[in-house]
Design a protein. Structure first.
Length: 284
């Protein structure tokens, strides 16, 4: 049986993130709520966007000097963590619900990247610009003041301001001391990269559950942002094959070889495609 994301979800997501859209124009919360329709087809984003607006309004009332990073962090922290009790879901970290912004808002639980997205949006509403930082295995936020000095914030730890040394300790905990901090680990990521990282997290969870149907929906959405990603095209081919969508699998296998004709597995994929084409011919 053929299976793929509902076209209206793909189209709605594409309207927000397709490659020709400038990155700074991407509406992060709206895009995140759009891909949440994988799990919640009838999800209405407007109510959740209003809740983020309300959180921003509450934080703004605690600000006396716009542009003061310490005061801005204190205001957002007070609203999100002291009043609303948002927190990292350490007990059930790999629950797919942690990746959906509506669930994060409803349950007040999330993983670093979804909590960071919420924090960013509340910060934006009080004039406190923040950038995502895609450190390996963990997600942080960074603010640059008018002098160009940066502040790192760990939202998963309740909005804690952290140093590079703290980040190395976090890497040690995640990677058993096998990964040394590199300057590029703390560079800002784009909005499109942030959304793709969220989708990749979700893809990994669904794959671990062997839920190929939902994994395919996620890969379809990743390819909206990065249609020329060979590895995602190849992965979609395998998923389609496992879901008996042989025609779609064949198209993706052949597209992968066209994209990477010199890939180390190109010949193997060619043979797979040829075998699949022969099998399909015998079915007709």
């Amino acid at each position: 049986m053929k299976s793929k994301s509902k076209p209206e979800v793909i189209e709605a997501f594409a309207e927000l993130v397709r490659p020709e859209i400038e990155d700074e124009r991407i509406d992060l919360p709206k895009a995140a709520l759009t891909f949440a329709r994988i799990e919640y087809p009838r999800l209405e984003a407007a109510a959740y966007l209003r809740r983020i607006d309300e959180l921003g309004e509450r934080a703004s009332r605690k600000i006396t000097e716009t542009g003061d990073p310490a005061e801005s962090v204190a205001a957002v922290n007070e609203v999100l963590f002291a009043e609303e009790m948002f927190r990292g879901n350490t007990a059930d970290y790999y629950n797919p619900l942690n990746s959906f912004l509506n669930d994060v808002l409803d349950r007040r639980l999330g993983i670093p990247i979804t909590l960071s997205l919420l924090y960013m949006e509340v910060g934006r509403r009080i004039g406190f610009p923040l950038f995502g930082v895609g450190m390996p295995g963990h997600f942080l936020l960074k603010h640059y003041d008018v002098a160009g000095h940066s502040t790192l914030i760990d939202v998963f730890e309740g909005g804690l301001i952290v140093t590079e040394e703290d980040c190395q300790r976090k890497l040690n905990a995640i990677w058993d001391g096998q990964l040394v901090m590199q300057p590029q680990f703390l560079l800002p990521v784009t909005r499109r990269q942030m959304l793709t990282r969220m989708l990749n997290n979700l893809k990994t969870i669904y794959l671990s559950q062997r839920n190929f149907r939902k994994t395919l929906k996620v890969v379809d959405l990743i390819l909206v942002s990065y249609p020329r990603s060979p590895e995602d095209v190849k992965q979609r081919a395998v998923l389609r094959y496992n879901l008996d969508d042989y025609r779609g699998a064949l198209a993706d296998f052949e597209e992968y070889v066209r994209m990477l004709p010199d890939a180390s597995d190109a010949e193997e994929i060619k043979q797979t495609a040829l075998s699949l084409r022969r099998s399909m011919a015998m079915m007709n």
